[in-house]
Design a binder for this molecule. Structure first.
Ligand code: G3I
Length: 335
């Protein structure tokens, strides 16, 4: 059933971001499966403002394979079909993430068994969508804050080579998909960013098929990461494309005009950083409306993190991006 309030007109009456972006940079958003299925206004704004989508949850291992013998493809297939029908590029998220390992996977299993399981899973999912996904987050959040490898079931049981293996398995299943490593807290010059750079250098030196690095960008209204453009450029200088993959800017409630203005500035700052790097391939938001953002559940006291409000009306941050794109030079990329 469609829950769209009758009063809300469906057709957006503001300039669409996708029409203003440079043609070589996609503008994407994570998609909330329930909103997509039930809210016509959500679908209208999604398809008018964006040209790429990421499944917020539908392609996570725990969702796709709830038991060892069962795959549940419905939500994921529906999103891929929606993307195809509406000319949206589909970004796959995510194959290996410690947070989404299904509960039936046991660390007491042997390394051989776990390795085979991971290989099977990656091969099954990537093969199913072969030719339909332009890029995959192959490994997500594999680094700790200090830049060392995160202590996960995969590191403990399979050792550090699980990362290279995951890329090779994904590449074998879809040789045309672009394969990304993705992380948070590496947008600016941090210890994690340094570690990410070292890891990518190592992977590339050994011929691992890794084609991009995703910077999530879960930001807070009053904290600007240090030198995002310069940091992204360090990665681009290795010859590896970059992307902003999960941008949102949470605000400590109550919302005020000043906080919304700071939020707008941060959105613009991140866009500027992406556009300053010639190989930045996409600029993706972690949801576009405050009506279905993950923030209030995970950061009590915070919210209003998206470009659109709870009625799916554009906020100041949206007009800031529109203005910046129209002027051809989004705000200061430095600092
Ligand atoms: O699937 C159940 C559903 O059956 C149940 O009715 C509902 C009740 O709350 O819970 C549902 O699962 C939740 C799921 O979101 C779907 O809403 C999980 O409990 C909840 O943990 C899950 O949170 C997601 C989180 O990743 C963990 O997978 C967030 O929506 C999603 O925004 C967040 O996204 C991550 C990226 O994948 C990786 N980077 C960080 C980003 C933010 O944490």
């Amino acid at each position: 059933m469609d829950e769209t309030p009758v009063a809300a007109p469906l057709a957006p009456d503001w300039p669409a971001l996708r029409g203003l972006m440079p043609s070589n940079v996609r503008i994407g958003t994570a998609v909330n499966g329930q909103a997509l299925a039930t809210n016509a206004r959500y679908r209208a704004v999604l398809t008018s403002d964006f040209n790429a989508v990421t499944a917020e949850n539908a392609m996570k291992w725990g969702q796709l394979q709830p038991t060892r013998d069962t795959y549940v493809w419905r939500a994921s297939d529906d999103l891929v079909a929606f993307a195809q029908e509406n000319g949206l590029a589909m970004y796959g998220h995510t194959l290996v993430w410690h947070h989404s390992v299904p509960p039936w996977v046991s660390e007491s299993w042997s390394a051989e068994e776990l390795r085979e399981l991971l290989k099977q899973y990656i091969t099954t999912v990537v093969s199913r969508y072969r030719g339909k996904i332009w890029a995959w987050d192959v490994v997500n959040e594999v680094l700790d804050e200090d830049g060392s490898l995160r202590d996960t079931i995969w590191l403990r049981k399979l050792g550090p080579d699980y990362i290279a293996d995951a890329f090779r398995w994904a590449h074998a299943a879809d040789p045309d998909a672009r394969l990304f490593i993705n992380d948070y807290g590496a947008e600016g010059r941090t210890g994690k960013a340094d570690g990410l750079l070292r890891l990518i250098r190592k992977l590339r030196a050994t011929g691992v098929p890794i084609h991009g690095v995703g910077f999530q960008g879960h930001l807070q209204w009053d904290k600007q990461p240090v030198d995002v453009a310069g940091n992204l450029q360090r990665f681009a200088d290795l010859g590896i494309p970059v992307a902003i993959t999960e941008l949102d800017v949470r605000i400590q409630l109550p919302m005020t005009p000043e906080k919304l203005a700071r939020q707008a500035m941060l959105y613009e700052h991140m866009l500027a950083a992406c556009l300053a790097v010639s190989t930045c391939e996409s600029f993706t938001l972690w949801g576009f409306t405050d009506a279905s953002s993950w923030i209030p559940h995970n950061y009590p006291g915070y919210g209003a993190a998206c470009l659109f409000d709870t009625d799916i009306r554009p906020k100041l941050a949206h007009s800031a991006l529109v203005r910046a794109l129209r002027e051809g030079r989004p705000g200061a990329a430095g600092g």
